[in-house]
Design a protein around this ligand. Structure first.
Ligand SMILES: Cc1cc2nc3c(=O)[nH]c(=O)nc-3n(C[C@H](O)[C@H](O)[C@H](O)COP(=O)(O)OP(=O)(O)OC[C@H]3O[C@@H](n4cnc5c(N)ncnc54)[C@H](O)[C@@H]3O)c2cc1C
Length: 387
């Protein structure tokens, strides 16, 4: 028997869930607030780990296509100190496919494939279940009832309140993202500096990270400790020199404030900020480490909605594996709502255990990467990089 299943959100979690169900010929309604797949820029590059994101793609039957699209050379990692001295320069070994990179947009299109997403269907809330099922209320006032509602709607999930009162809190670290296009022709020196993969420079309580995407595109993340209202409260200060905060809409003001924050760093490193186009402000929020909830029949969460954590290369991977594993459990469940509920309950236990481990690792990692002692960042990489 096929149950009425909805997944809210078409990010990595929701799409992996829907795509694996599709592989099992199991229908699912994918409800997405964005009016179209390309409404927002898709974001930067993601490295998909062998036992996580790649495993999810395998479950979806998409591993071979991923291998065609992904960039194993993107696993290269170079670390500089603030005066530009190269401290580490790791290159992937031939045939190393442990963590190849893929552009988010390419991954989204790969997962979307034949899926029939219901675009422009933002969910406002999920109401308590009744004998008829779990009612989903849409932003436009409509309501529809399902046997299982899966919240894969990210950090600010509208499904989460149906199972948990937890809300994300600010980590104290903000990323400001910028990007450079066509680096190989327009900024060849920066193209060489960044190389095929990532470049990272660590200073006191701040870092600059640049990552090559496909098509000569480079994303740059200025990372630093700051109050949450850095951009909204003009009385707050961003650094010990007590400079006033810039207006986020004023590109040149943001650029000069970042150049001031990284004052004294090597000129080629600062060029990443000098040539960046628009700036996007991303204060990092997280859910409590080991976030769990009392199981609620008919509703569950996946990905960031369940376990938002610092962005240290795990979130999308976990989101995809959550989605793929829940889909397999649902497809394999015996007929009847009781069996479906047991499958979801068992999945939640597995997801909580895995996500809890990663939330601890990434929370500790963020403390070391944006740290008063920059040697901590290097030590962390030495621990995780193959020698
Ligand atoms: C700067 C940065 C860099 C990162 N780098 C990496 C990395 O290298 N590797 C990695 O593994 N992870 C990385 N992450 C983390 C990763 O982006 C997330 O963990 C991942 O996107 C979570 O996927 P998701 O599907 O759970 O949620 P999301 O990707 O947030 O998708 C949620 C979807 O739900 C939709 N939605 C939201 N609300 C509603 C609603 N009410 N109704 C309907 N639809 C709704 C949204 O439009 C969206 O499509 C990074 C994060 C950041 C911020």
């Amino acid at each position: 028997m096929r149950h009425r299943i909805a997944v809210v959100g078409s990010g990595p979690a929701g799409l992996a869930f829907a795509r694996v169900l599709h592989r099992h010929d199991y229908p699912v309604a994918v409800l997405e607030r964005d009016p179209a797949p390309d409404t927002r820029p898709p974001g930067g590059t993601l490295d998909l780990h062998e036992g996580l994101g790649q495993l999810a793609l395998d479950k979806a039957g998409l591993l071979a296509e991923f291998r065609e699209l992904s960039r194993p050379e993107g696993q290269a990692m170079r670390i500089l100190d603030a005066d530009g001295t190269v401290l580490r320069d790791w290159q992937p070994r031939p045939g190393d496919r442990a963590n190849p990179e893929i552009d988010r947009g390419q991954l989204r299109d790969l997962l979307l494939g034949p899926l029939d997403v219901r675009w422009g269907q933002g969910v406002r809330e999920v109401a308590p279940g009744t004998r008829d099922g779990v009612p989903v209320r849409f932003e436009d006032g409509r309501q529809e009832t399902f046997d299982l509602v899966v919240g894969a709607d990210g950090a600010w999930s509208r499904v989460r309140p149906a199972v948990s009162s937890a809300m994300p809190h600010y980590t104290g670290v903000t990323f400001v993202e910028t990007s450079l296009d066509d680096v190989d022709t327009r900024h060849p020196d920066l193209a060489r500096l960044v190389g095929d993969g990532s470049l990272a420079v660590y200073g006191v309580n701040r870092a600059l990270v640049a990552q090559r995407n496909s098509g000569g595109h480079v994303k740059v993340y200025a990372q630093f400790r700051a109050p949450l209202d850095r951009h909204t409260n003009p009385d707050r200060q961003i650094d010990p020199n007590r400079r006033a905060d810039p207006d986020p809409a004023d590109v040149e003001a943001v650029r000069s404030s970042l150049l001031a924050l990284f004052d004294g760093w090597a000129a080629p490193v600062l060029d990443l900020l000098r040539h960046g186009t628009a700036f996007v402000h991303r204060p990092l929020h997280v859910l409590p480490v080991s976030h769990t909830w009392a199981h609620v029949p008919g509703v569950t969460l996946l990905g960031d909605a369940a376990h938002l954590m610092p962005p240290l290369g795990a979130g999308a991977n976990l989101a995809m594996l959550d989605g793929a594993e829940l889909a397999e459990s649902v497809a394999a469940a015996a007929p009847g709502l009781g069996a479906l509920d047991e499958a979801v309950r068992a999945f939640e236990e597995r997801m909580w255990a895995r996500a809890g481990r990663w939330a601890q690792i990434t929370t500790a990692g963020l403390e070391r990467l944006v740290s008063p002692d920059p040697t901590e960042a290097l030590a962390l990489f030495d621990e995780v990089q193959p020698s």
